[in-house]
Design a binder for this molecule. Structure first.
Ligand code: FES
Length: 355
């Protein structure tokens, strides 16, 4: 007698792979609800760009909040794949997803107020921003990120990776490396005047870019402010005593874009032959006395030089760099499940970007 109307939420999502069940409110997306309820759902951008939250709808009805075909292939969509961050529920559902880590190992995100206590230029366009928090924020893993906003001024949050491993960070503080993006509201605010003393909000931790347990050789590739999460990972490897061979290829335009060189030297000294840092410059003037490598990061990746087929790769930087590195590593025999990345997508491409 009555036509079918999808019942408004909350609905329940049962995760077939783990047996967990979560509740997804009417205004929530599946990823947000999962993270808030402590599930270690793989994710990065949370705005439908990176594809890391992909999962399979086994049964039930969903409402896509965006067109999945920007990220998922036709084959994946035919197989029932969806993006959790772009999905709300129209009924109870069953979902298949490989959760990342025991939920107990991850903190639930929280928003904490704080004060900028340091805004120090690292290069002509990258600033180290250190924030003293009003209260201890949930523990993060090296490689994860937080969202920054400025109360009453820049309410739309921007995402920045923690620049130190938790064990290397001063108690009650967090640090970020923030690159100046032309026309970026947040980075313009930070870079055009010294904002030490200003109040900000820090929400997190977010992201599933962290160190996987393995003794496999580790190849890190980063550019620009992608230094931050890689430095944090390297600090973690270093504090664990370098049980594996680690190579870090850092791409920059010129020598003026290199930074954290002292930190890399310290890690190398502690690495006892297990760590190699290779800066590669793409636009260093030909007549300069730079004796290091020139070109792009991917130009120097040869399978023989890096034992690539047996390596785990950790990539951080702008989408074009990541995409080209993934392609190059795939061709060289690195298994796709051994390539971990954090694409730095700016706010011109997404809600809550890195500008
Ligand atoms: S596409 Fe969903 S987290 Fe990136």
């Amino acid at each position: 007698m009555f036509g079918f109307f999808a019942r408004k939420g909350p609905h329940r999502a049962r995760i077939t792979t783990s047996g967990d069940t979560i509740e997804v409110g009417a205004g929530d997306n599946l990823l947000k609800a999962a993270l808030n309820q402590g599930l270690a759902w793989p994710h990065n951008c949370r705005v439908g760009s990176c594809g890391q939250c992909r999962c399979r709808l086994v049964s039930g009805k969903i409402k896509p909040l965006n067109d999945f075909s920007y990220v998922l292939t036709g084959e994946e969509m035919d197989a029932g794949m969806i993006l959790a961050c772009q999905t709300s529920l129209r009924s109870d559902v069953e979902i298949e997803v490989a959760l990342d880590k025991p939920a107990a190992a991850l903190s639930q995100p929280k928003s904490v107020g704080g004060v900028i206590v340091r805004a120090r230029p690292l290069t002509h366009d990258i600033l180290e921003v250190r924030i003293r928090l009003d209260e201890v924020m949930p523990a993060y893993l090296a490689g994860q990120y937080a969202e920054l906003s400025v109360p009453g001024l820049i309410e739309k949050p921007r995402s920045y990776s923690f620049a130190s491993a938790p064990e290397n960070e001063q108690f009650g503080h967090v640090s970020f490396f923030i690159r100046h993006v032309p026309d970026g509201e947040m980075t313009g605010w930070l870079h055009t005047a010294n904002q030490e003393g200003q109040r900000v909000n820090v929400a997190g931790p977010y992201g599933s870019f962290w160190l996987r347990d393995s003794a496999a050789p580790m190849l890190c590739i980063a550019g620009g402010s992608g230094m931050a999460p890689i430095k944090a990972l390297l600090e973690q490897v270093s504090s664990q005593g370098f049980q594996r061979q680690v190579t870090y290829v850092f791409g920059a335009r010129t020598r003026d874009d290199l930074y954290c060189l002292d930190e890399m030297k310290q890690i190398k000294a502690r690495g006892n032959g297990h760590f190699n840092f290779i800066p590669v410059l793409s636009r260093e003037p030909n007549d300069s006395d730079w004796s290091g490598l020139r070109g792009h990061c991917t130009d120097i990746l040869s399978p023989d030089a890096f034992d690539l087929p047996n390596s785990h790769a950790y990539l951080c930087g702008p989408p074009a760099m990541i995409d080209s590195a993934i392609e190059c590593l795939g061709r060289a025999g690195v298994k796709s499940e051994h390539i971990f990345y954090d694409k730095f997508i700016d706010a011109s491409h997404m809600q809550g970007g890195r500008t």
